[in-house]
Design a protein around this ligand. Sequence first.
Ligand SMILES: Cc1cc2nc3c(=O)[nH]c(=O)nc-3n(C[C@H](O)[C@H](O)[C@H](O)COP(=O)(O)OP(=O)(O)OC[C@H]3O[C@@H](n4cnc5c(N)ncnc54)[C@H](O)[C@@H]3O)c2cc1C
Length: 377
Amino acid sequence: MTRIGAAVIGAGVVGLAVARRFARLGLETVIVDGEADFGTWTSARNSEVIHAGIYYPFGSLKAELCVRGKKLLYDYCYARDLPCRQCGKLIFAATPGQGVALDAILAAAEGAGVTDLRRLDAQEVRSLEPLLGCHEALLSPSTGIIDSHAYMQSLLGEAEDCGAQFARQSRVTGLSRRRDGWGVHIDGEAEPAAIASLVVNAAGLTAHLLARQTQGLASGHVPQVRYARGVYFTYSGRAPFSHLVYPVPVPGGLGTHLTLDMAGSARFGPDVEWIDEIDYSVDPARHVGFLAAARLIWPELEPERLVPGYAGIRPKLSGPGEPAADFMVSGPQDHGLPGLVNLFGIESPGLTASLALADLVAEKLGLGWEEDIDASR
Ligand SMILES: Cc1cc2nc3c(=O)[nH]c(=O)nc-3n(C[C@H](O)[C@H](O)[C@H](O)COP(=O)(O)OP(=O)(O)OC[C@H]3O[C@@H](n4cnc5c(N)ncnc54)[C@H](O)[C@@H]3O)c2cc1C
């Protein structure tokens, strides 16, 4: 029987950040993923925005880990010449009445430790984005964009350089308790493929399903997870915007916004649609609604240039109409089982928070925090 220090289940951005962290601590680490490559689920289907931490309630994990993760992520990228850009973001009030929403966002952001937001009048907005017609806006200068694939590649590379292994096409179907760790069962095998002293369940959309197959884990420590699909339509051509542009938020999401990628392409979305199964389809008939939402940002947008893009799915711990739930990072002190951490509900800002989440997982397992992300460069 193979014995290892740690099994990290899920090679999305969070699992990779955790694996890198463990490997750098000298733990013999195996990253296990059911797919043929890393980062093919939610980590490949998002907006690639480095969020400032504006919308999350004071004291929440989302607020704390987003603000801390943003700094860690910029430092990580700058130190390694990874593609990212602090392009800034505008949250605009389309009508005078929405100014109240901007007041609330500003107050909440300051409470959560985001102190660099600036209020702009319509003329100041026009000087930054001449095509955006609005009443007023907030500018978030620390918001940015990142090439998430390059970032994940770097995390995996660093983990492997420190001795970690990546087990592809290996779906974990159960975790059994052993005297000296956890049996990791692959593809329904009764015998574990390995015994790991530490296990981190970073299985994203299906983390709750794996948790249900974890021996000894009481059902009260496995939350109900709901799926909220977010669809994008992309703009074919070069968009005349240099900032990310958001309306005031809507229930369940941030509202259909305009984001840019590192290649300068623009996309509109994601919207919010509650679904029961994992289904990434994009219905071309939704063009009408997307065009209407996109024209709030860019009134002259040519309809034929707006084309169906892709979809991502948020693993949500709250349902429609309920207050947004926080991330749930559940370790031994929470559920009582040694050596196990489950991550649930890692929706946005999980990409931004990934390095801070890795620190939190290490802390939950008694491994301590990494003070200097670049200490070993
Ligand atoms: C529409 C949308 C937009 C978003 N935009 C942003 C944004 O702009 N900025 C931001 O910070 N965050 C954003 N997010 C959130 C961010 O994308 C996620 O928080 C992050 O990608 C989650 O990463 P993960 O590693 O937890 O999960 P995933 O990326 O889903 O990875 C989970 C991995 O686990 C593997 N797996 C699952 N089950 C098993 C099993 N049983 N055995 C083995 N492997 C398994 C899967 O194959 C997968 O590779 C967005 C999310 C969505 C849905």
